[in-house]
Design a protein around this ligand. Sequence first.
Ligand code: HEM
Length: 488
Amino acid sequence: MKTATLLTAGATLLLSALAVKYPNRPIFTEDREDIPSICAHPLVGITPTLLLAKDIFHQYLFDLFEKVNVMTLTGIGLGMPRSIMTIDPRNVDYILKDNFENYVKGAMLNDAAGDLLGHGIFNANGEAWKYQRKTAASIFNTKKISDQFTTVFLTQLQHMNYHIFDTAADNGQPLDFHDTMLRFTLNYFMEIGFGVELNALSSGNNLPFIRSFDICQANVFQRFANPAFQWTETLSAWFMPWKTTIAQHLDIIDDFAYGVIEDRQRGLNHGEERNDLLSKFMETTNEHGQKLSKEELRDVVLNFVIAGRDTTAQTISWMVYSLLTNPLVQSKLMAEIKAHITDELYENPVTIFYETLRLYPGVPANQKYALNDDIWPDGTVIKKNDYVLWSAYGQGRSRKIWGSDAKDFKPERWFTAEGDLRRESPGKWPAFNAGRKAKLATLEALVAVVTLLRKYELTLVPNQEITYRVSTTLPMKNGMNVYVKTRT
Ligand code: HEM
């Protein structure tokens, strides 16, 4: 009994001494007094904070930047590497352009997302990344193929209007706009990228692949806050056997991706000719000069589904949401659409697109790993092995960056005093990181929104909560229900 009491007292003393020595971080980790810290606790650092904020991470981080009144913060949690988080445009420009080579996708991303993304473009560095960028660019820069993209896009858009929006207008039932857009961009992207007709828009077509895909993507983000995720996922499988596990979701995703590749292989064996993303990747060689394996092709399919489907569908949804909640901006746009009845795109809609991405960036938080020691333009010292994170969500809402009206939806801010379209640096507006792929995405989103609004009057169903779900992109957590009326 006496020994037990002594042991308990000794352990308490030791823990107290350690808590004094490590008041804001796990034991044996370095203090970084030079950088303000996010809310941290003795011996466990920021882990409890991250776990508490995991469902509102982007807003939480932004509020903290405002509260502490700084643009760069740091924190370290149990079993996690140190992370330095910034919304300072100078730092973000520096990471994205000036010292791009020093910041790579690190082991943390690979651990959290490796089973979903494999060695695909979002999880690749160096030569593996370059050959994928080059292959993808070769397709997007070919006129014949981009014309083909436009044709498929417009056909699918008409199909969606006819089958979904006209029906909703006729029956007066609310429509989940966000879900419809996700199905639309999936349909379209699967057809142009991989030659697959999914019929994702057909009512009642619940695609298990897509459900599993969404769950795994959101889970990637949750894994960042939980370094013990392998344990917790295993325990959850044991204690909740009725729940589909992440491993089972991954099997569903893999079956789908391998099915796409096998179908294509069969087609090619029968002399079929194709000219799309999948065929380009089947012809190309990887960083070792070898043809891509089935596993590498699976990674291509899944990474490009994320790239082509999610961000575009979400941006269209946030754009329509912003218009529905800012009636003056919507009326101005409608006047412009009426005045210019052709399908040409004008600068006004482009400013609405940019403004949407300022407040609702498709990739709201982005993380990289420092290969070497560095000093950022704001003076922050970065040490080799640090992780750095920039919050596009926080940057877009920061009054220090965008002025006192930062939180208002004001597309006119994108015009210069001379009436030209304003160009912002990627550091200030990292919607596309260093500006890649913007053309196709801009075109798709604008054509979809203008076509829909020209034909339909949309109204938000009252009493719904429209907010984001924390994930690698910025989906709407509960969707967005609208009533549809055909314009006369
Ligand atoms: C509004 C729509 C879009 C937004 C906001 C957007 C935004 C972004 C951002 C921020 C990244 C960098 C992500 C990272 O490094 O982790 C990215 C990467 C990428 N996006 Fe988009 N994107 C959009 C649409 C598209 C479309 C339609 C495609 C066509 C396939 C596409 C293809 C890609 C590819 C291939 C990458 C990886 C590039 C790389 O690592 O170099 N994106 N996108």
